[in-house]
Design a protein around this ligand. Structure first.
Ligand SMILES: [Zn+2]
Ligand SMILES: [Zn+2]
Length: 264
C-alpha cells in the first residue's frame, strides 16, 4: 500500500532499529497498518502555512515522535480522527480515512496538541465511569483553542461551528431533547458545557450568547451546576499540570467518577 510503513523500515521512534523489531507490536494493537509521516503530513504542510509553522514547533516539544495509523473499520462514521497513547508512552494518531482528506489542518493540529500536552506532563484520564474524553476535552481543549488561535488558525470559526453542531444535536431550535434523567448523562452535559465556557474564555473574541439563550433556560439544572463547577475550577486554576491534577481530583469527588489518570 502507498505510504505504508514496512517492517524493514527504520522505526520512527529513532531507535535505529527496524520497525518490525521495535515498536510494531505495540502500534499494531491500535492500528494494523502504520503510515510514514511524510505520506500523511505532506498535503497539510504544503496546503497550510499555519499548520507548517505549528508542526515545526510542536515537534520540538514532543518527547516521542507520533506514529500514524488508521481506525478500525467498525469505528462510527462521525469519528474521523483520534489520538492514543499506549501504556509505554507511544503516541498514535489514527484516521478513519487514509489519506485523511476529510481532516482540516486545524483539526489535525488539535489532536497533535493533545499529545504535546501529554508529553509535557499534563495529566490525562484513562479510565472513568464516563468516556474519559469528556474529562480530557474539558481540561485540554481550552488550552488547545488558545494555542491554535495564537499560531494563526481560525479557532474562533471552528468553535462557533462546533457550537452550532452541538445545538443541532440537542435538537434546537425546534425540538430540544429533554434533560437527561440518567445521572452520568447529566454529568457528561455538565462537563461539555464547562468545556464550552472555558474555551470561550480562552479565545480573544467569541461569544456564547446565542448558545446560552437556547441552552440555559432549557437545561436549567445542568447550567446552574456547571456555573458553580466553573467557579471552583477557576479558583484551583486549570492552566498548568498541577492545577489540572487538582481539577481531576475535584471531578472525581464531585461526581463519583472512579477516575484513573496518567502523567507521562
Ligand atoms: Zn521503535
Ligand atoms: Zn480536543
Amino acid at each position: 500500500m502507498v505510504g505504508e510503513l514496512k517492517g524493514q523500515d527504520k522505526c520512527p521512534c529513532n531507535s535505529e532499529k527496524e520497525y518490525q523489531n521495535c515498536c510494531k507490536s505495540i502500534i499494531s494493537r491500535i492500528s494494523s497498518t502504520a503510515y510514514k509521516q511524510d505520506y500523511i503530513l505532506n498535503d497539510f504542510i504544503k496546503g497550510s502555512k499555519e499548520f507548517d509553522n505549528y508542526f515545526k514547533d510542536a515537534e520540538k516539544s514532543l518527547k516521542k515522535p507520533i506514529f500514524w495509523g488508521s481506525l478500525p473499520p467498525k469505528t462510527p462514521n462521525h469519528i474521523k480522527i483520534r489520538e492514543f497513547t499506549s501504556a509505554n508512552g507511544n503516541h498514535i494518531i489514527a484516521f478513519k480515512n487514509i489519506p485523511p482528506k476529510d481532516i482540516t489542518p486545524s483539526i489535525l493540529a488539535h489532536e497533535i496538541e493533545h499529545i504535546v500536552l501529554k508529553d509535557n506532563s499534563y495529566p490525562y484520564v484513562i479510565i472513568s465511569k464516563i468516556n474519559s474524553s469528556f474529562i480530557n476535552s474539558m481540561l485540554q481543549d481550552p488550552l488547545i483553542y488558545n494555542k491554535l488561535e495564537n499560531v494563526g488558525f481560525d479557532a474562533i470559526s471552528d468553535f462557533n461551528n462546533n457550537l452550532d453542531k452541538l445545538l443541532n444535536e440537542c435538537g434546537f431550535p425546534e425540538k430540544p431533547k429533554p434533560q437527561p434523567t440518567d445521572y452520568y448523562e447529566a454529568v457528561k452535559w455538565i462537563l461539555t458545557y464547562s468545556q464550552i465556557i472555558l474555551i470561550n474564555k480562552n479565545l480573544s473574541k467569541s461569544n456564547l450568547s446565542n448558545f446560552e439563550k437556547l441552552f440555559c433556560p432549557f437545561y436549567k439544572k445542568i447550567s446552574e451546576r456547571t456555573k458553580s463547577l466553573i467557579t471552583d475550577v477557576e479558583k484551583i486554576g486549570y492552566k498548568n499540570p498541577i492545577g489540572q491534577e487538582e481539577v481531576i481530583k475535584l471531578l472525581n469527588k464531585n461526581y463519583n467518577l472512579n477516575i484513573d489518570y496518567n502523567i507521562l
